[in-house]
Design a protein around this ligand. Structure first.
Ligand SMILES: *Cc1c(COP(=O)(O)O)cnc(C)c1O
Length: 345
């Protein structure tokens, strides 16, 4: 039962069957385009996301970086949500390595509004101003509490961007969570988007890896950038096999994670904690205590009882449900958090 680790859905460990699939994977040198397992994974990913082709990369961060480097040249602007993962948690790689200028817009815990986007554009053809080349969207939205944006909401932004001459990149680290929560195909969520990055190492439970899905031409150009940032791997089929295994087994069970997150949220709310539910929640629960001191006490007390979660602000916490947390563990974790909270009051 313990520890119950809810700090992220990245903590999942490969199961015995996943390890077996890795062990038995047929491999080759993928930099030479000779790894059949990587090829199968890329083909499957492209199919699921409704794109022509896909490129296997080491991480979500590398997937976003390589995508942005492929879309933009030095000095181009990329419109990004203030709370987006790309802006908040990727070390500023787009600027450090690509000279791309982030143009922040309020993402309102999901997707920016069309009017905010329109306002963010600089006058065209005026040399004083950075010209936006790309719009980035995030689905589900991590700092938005795991909110799932609908196909319609995404399509409106994509249509707006294309009408203004911008390309669209979707950071879909958890796009499968969004698809399952909304009961739609993942491809519907990224329809007409120019590129999408999906993580295999989050809710799907693979030990590493992401896919960039896009047009064949885009993927071929992205392959050059992947090599430049050191992401060309040799017998990568060993790890790609885990991704293939995850595609087959892990997507359908994401609904269990969402239900477990809902149960935890409900229990914490009943226990008197402030829970911030996303409008269309998935596998995350954000909650807060009245002040910073009580937050630190609660975190330490729960850690002592081997219930682990993370702090995202001085008085705010995030819990993420995943493959390695059962319903019983989810309920037990909620009970411990509420118990410790009450003891402190
Ligand atoms: C985790 C995450 C990433 C980056 O993935 P890594 O594999 O950790 O580099 C990108 N975007 C979002 C929304 C994420 O949650």
């Amino acid at each position: 039962m313990f520890p119950i680790d809810l700090k992220s859905d990245t903590v999942t460990k490969p199961s015995a069957e996943m390890r077996r699939a890795m062990c038995e994977a047929e491999v080759g040198d993928d930099v030479y385009g000779e790894d059949p397992t990587v090829e199968r994974l890329e083909k499957k990913g492209a199919e699921l996301l409704g794109k022509e082709a896909a490129l296997y990369v080491t991480s979500g961060t590398q997937g976003n970086l390589v995508s942005l480097l492929t879309h933009c040249v030095r000095g181009d602007g990329a419109i990004l949500g203030k709370d987006s993962h790309i802006l908040q948690y990727e070390g500023g790689g787009l600027s450090a390595l690509g000279g791309i200028i982030p143009m922040e817009v309020d993402d309102r815990k999901s997707l920016p509004s069309i009017s905010d986007l329109e306002r963010r554009l600089n006058p065209k053809g005026n040399v004083h101003f950075v010209q936006a080349k790309l719009l980035c969207l995030e689905n589900t939205h991590n700092r938005g509490g795991g909110h799932a944006s609908s196909p319609q909401e995404a399509a409106e932004r994509v249509e707006w961007a294309h009408s203004r001459g911008l390309a669209v990149h979707v950071d879909g680290a958890r796009i499968f969570n969004a698809a399952v929560a909304l009961g739609v195909k993942p491809s519907e969520l990224v329809k007409d988007a120019d590129s999408v990055q999906v993580c295999l190492s989050k809710a799907l439970g693979a030990p590493m890896g992401s896919l960039i899905c896009a047009s064949r031409d885009f993927v071929e150009r992205a392959r050059f950038w992947r090599k430049k940032v050191g992401g060309g791997l040799r017998q990568a089929g060993i790890v790609a096999a885990a991704g293939l295994y995850a595609f087959e087994r892990s997507i359908v069970r994401l609904a269990d994670d969402h239900e477990n997150a809902r149960l935890i949220g409900e229990a914490l709310r009943k226990g008197g904690l402030r829970v911030f539910g996303a409008d269309r929640p998935t596998n995350m629960v954000y909650f807060s205590t009245p002040d910073e001191a009580s937050a630190d006490r609660l975190l330490a007390a729960c850690r002592e009882k081997r219930v682990i979660f993370s702090k995202t602000a001085p008085d705010t916490f995030r819990l993420v449900t995943h493959l390695d947390v059962s319903r019983e563990q989810a309920l037990a974790a909620a009970e411990i958090i509420v118990g410790e909270y009450r003891t402190q009051q």
